[in-house]
Design a protein around this ligand. Structure first.
Ligand code: ADP
Ligand code: MG
Length: 139
């Protein structure tokens, strides 16, 4: 299996609840390793650019409101098959549907405020890592 890098965001709800450490403990327990980190309070422009694929969705405005309401912790995670593995560690988008032991099951409130973000494919990981860490090695 190939070593990959993926982008994780611990969203404003997780930071507000002082649960970044708990989310990170779940991540580290799986063997995924942080190799870069930044704490950022996103501007609307940054959030809109990051989530541009969703710009036509009806929840887009709500998503941008949420993502800009406080700081987030942005991480690059590395490991074998990191992209798919981190999606598993996060759990389903809707915390009510997320499996036991996942970050979203443990910390998410609802389908909007769902604790964390993770890249969904190699191309998106490349775009998202570059978005926050320009020039950083993506693979
Ligand atoms: P994921 O984060 O699991 O990849 P999506 O890419 O589909 O999920 O959506 C991006 C983010 O938009 C979600 O993590 C969530 O914060 C928000 N979102 C998704 N669906 C909804 C919805 N139906 N209502 C409100 N917010 C949503
Ligand atoms: Mg997504």
């Amino acid at each position: 299996m190939a070593t990959e890098r993926t982008l994780s965001i611990l969203k404003p709800d997780t930071i507000e609840k002082n649960k970044a450490g708990e989310a990170l403990a779940i991540i580290e327990a799986t063997g995924l390793r942080p190799v870069a980190a930044r704490m950022v309070h996103l501007t609307r422009k940054q959030a809109e650019g990051f989530y541009y694929v969703h710009r036509e969705r009806k929840f887009f405005g709500e998503l941008v409101d949420f993502m800009t309401r406080g700081p987030v912790l942005v991480l690059v995670l590395e490991g074998d098959n990191a992209i798919a593995r981190y999606r598993e560690v996060m759990g389903a988008t809707d915390p009510a549907k997320a499996a036991e032991g996942t970050i979203r099951k443990r910390l998410g409130a609802n389908v909007g405020e769902n604790a964390c973000h993770g890249s969904d494919a190699p191309e998106t990981a490349k775009f998202e890592i570059g978005y926050f860490f320009p020039g950083f090695e993506v693979g």
